[in-house]
Design a protein around this ligand. Structure first.
Ligand code: CA
Length: 223
């Protein structure tokens, strides 16, 4: 999957690229409207992540022009918090989905994945599993060995992230970037704290253990 990120906050654009590349996407960046639009026309992208507020030409105008010229790609618009009007304008201009800043990278990945599936006509998986642990993404519930486990929204998001990266050792920074909002002033020990909460719920009364600490590195969920 080829993704183009048009975002003038260069630091954010580079983090998005890194997060997507970790998921095996091929990513190009543009930092202003006209450059992004030129790339979009020539680059054969599956998904374009398009910020609304851009120098040169704003995201809504870029999207409208691409649509007018029949450029076939899916557009995920990034809009400012509370800018309802941007969202409406974006969708009117032909965007396929939007995400409000600041967002969690797990959310961004979920949206890009969903757009990618739309592109390929593949059906979305509705459950994630590991050794008796089942997360139902539609009903938003979790069971282990058939027993229901109550999780807070943040615990659910963390578990979803770990399940999607099953078997992969993740650093605290990766988890922080993936699950918490990128501008959150979260200390890295927030990850340790939530892993602890999660262990209490998914592992403590069950076996075998799923969540493992990799000393000096981070964590891994293994089913
Ligand atoms: Ca911007």
């Amino acid at each position: 999957m080829r993704v183009l990120v048009i975002e003038d906050e260069q630091r954010l654009a580079r983090i998005i690229r890194r997060v997507l590349e970790e998921e095996q996407y091929v990513v190009d960046l543009a930092f202003d409207g006209p450059t992004g639009e030129d790339l979009a026309r020539t680059g054969d992208y599956d998904v374009i992540i398009l910020d609304v507020m851009l120098p040169g030409r704003d995201g809504v105008a870029v999207c409208r022009r691409l649509r007018q010229d029949g450029v076939a790609c899916l557009v995920l618009m990034l809009t400012a918090r509370d800018a309802l009007e941007d969202r409406v304008r974006g969708l009117d201009a032909g965007a396929d989905d939007y995400l409000v800043k600041p967002f969690a990278f797990a959310e961004l990945l979920a949206r890009v994945r969903a757009l990618g599936r739309r592109r390929t006509g593949e059906l979305a998986p509705t459950t994630l599993q590991a050794d008796g642990l089942v997360m139902d993404l539609l009903r938003h519930d979790v069971t282990r060995n058939g027993q229901r486990i109550d999780l807070t929204a943040k615990e659910f998001a963390l578990l979803e992230y770990l399940l999607r990266h099953q078997g992969q050792v993740l650093t605290r920074t990766q988890i922080l970037n993936g699950v918490w909002r990128y501008d959150a002033d979260a200390a890295s020990n927030v990850v340790d704290t939530y892993v602890h909460y999660l262990r209490e719920k998914i592992d403590r009364n069950f076996g075998p253990k799923l969540l493992h600490t990799v000393r000096g590195v981070g964590y891994v969920l293994r089913g």
